[in-house]
Design a protein around this ligand. Structure first.
Ligand code: FES
Ligand SMILES: [Fe+2]
Length: 388
């Protein structure tokens, strides 16, 4: 992040603290609760957001060296991603060209070759079909035409994006929405994968995203946890295309007062949270990143799975990766046990249909932007801004 931007944001947090203000959307909006329960809307979301839009597969540290691979089934079809001998990030349908079974079943690891468990057809990590057992028995197959089906893949400033559709395109300007330089300056590509947790929750995937949309709730919901280290209801907010960035306010901000601004770093007093459309939160701490991706259950709008991945600098991991994971999980546990727990209540209420709408306050601009962005993409009317 540019120096001037870091200073601007830290000053703004101080101003909010001094004046008792917060970011202000200028009014509130009403969000109809049917978006959290409607199978028709869920079907459109699946098609437009999860099949027709690039998906974040992880950070560069998920494929730390040539020969690394990861797999995913989070957004439908099975995906196999590799880093080939030349260091290039590649993605393929994780399905064997013979009878279509899943080729690689492990979540991650290292492999130059992938051998199908069914009849042992073998593929390179560049997707070539390199061996068919007993070809004289099987019959003649043009191996060059039966490599793994490749998916569009781009490594952008430490983020691994894949498009679920082989004919899809990944447009950096659209996916990052003007955050390219800022992400480049963070050097996320240096971070090491520490661990992954999955939270299977009874809540619509958007309710999970909504819990990241404001810090108005910190002093109530997180009074015994995050509010120890954060000032609630004081944040910065900026929009980047379909994405946005919140800067949460750390209590350590106070220690910057009186210090030369030249020495300030954003993570000394702020906690950046980037939202990347449609389903990603990038939580940036001083020593690493917690990535939260939330996926709908295709069959049930009232259920979602969040994949929480923890990444740290080598220095922060030190000699004890187990301890680093324990430390990182403290944040994840709060998300699951506090944010998602209350959001499961919102799901119950939405499904009961007793309340037509919920309200996004003027101090919750991320919720305004997120909901209106996805409504626009689906061709729905935007939620109007209502004055108090
Ligand atoms: S299905 Fe993969 S080798 Fe037969
Ligand atoms: Fe929260």
């Amino acid at each position: 992040m540019r120096r001037e931007e870091q200073i601007r944001l830290l000053r703004e947090l101080m101003r909010h603290r001094d004046e008792g203000t917060n970011v202000d959307a200028g009014g509130h909006r009403r969000n109809p609760t049917d978006v959290y329960r409607s199978p028709e809307i869920a079907a459109q979301e699946w098609e437009h957001f999860f099949q027709g839009y690039p998906q974040l597969l992880g950070l560069s540290g998920d494929l730390p060296k040539p020969g690394s691979f990861v797999t995913s089934r989070d957004f439908g079809g099975p995906v196999l991603a590799t880093r080939d001998a030349g260091g290039r990030f590649r993605a393929f349908a994780n399905t064997c060209r013979h009878r279509g079974v899943v080729l690689e079943d492990r979540d991650r690891g290292e492999a130059e070759r992938f051998v199908c468990p069914f009849h042992a057809w073998t593929y390179s990590n560049e997707g070539e079909l390199v061996a068919i057992p007993k070809p004289d028995h099987f019959g003649t197959i043009d191996k060059a035409c039966h490599g793994l089906i490749e998916l569009p893949a781009k490594e952008l400033h430490g983020f691994l994006f894949v498009h679920p559709d082989p004919e899809g395109t990944i447009d950096e300007a659209e996916v990052l929405g003007g955050l390219s330089d800022e992400f480049s300056s963070w050097d996320f590509g240096r971070l090491v994968h520490v661990g992954t947790d999955l939270y299977d929750m009874r809540l619509n995937w958007k309710l999970a995203i909504d819990t990241f949309g404001e810090t108005y709730h910190f002093n109530a919901l997180h009074k015994d946890t995050l509010a120890q280290g954060f000032y609630g209801n004081a944040q910065c907010y900026d929009i980047f295309g379909k994405n946005h960035r919140m800067i949460l306010c750390l209590k350590s901000l106070d220690a910057l007062r009186g210090q030369s601004e030249d020495a300030w770093h954003i993570t000394d007093g702020g906690f950046p949270v980037y939202y990347l459309f449609p389903n990603v939160q990038v939580n940036v701490g001083a020593t690493g990143v917690t990535l939260v991706r939330t996926y709908p259950d295709r069959e049930n709008p009232g259920r979602s799975i969040s994949r929480i991945t923890f990444y740290s600098t080598e220095a922060a991991i030190g000699a004890d990766p187990g301890l680093a994971l324990q430390r990182a999980r403290i944040f994840g546990d709060v998300i699951r046990d506090e944010d998602y727990k209350v959001a499961e209540g919102s799901q119950l209420s939405a499904e009961a249909g007793l309340q037509d709408y919920v309200i996004f306050g003027r101090n919750e601009p991320a919720l305004h932007h997120y909901h209106n962005t996805y409504r626009r993409v689906l061709g729905m009317d935007e939620l109007p801004l209502l004055e108090a």
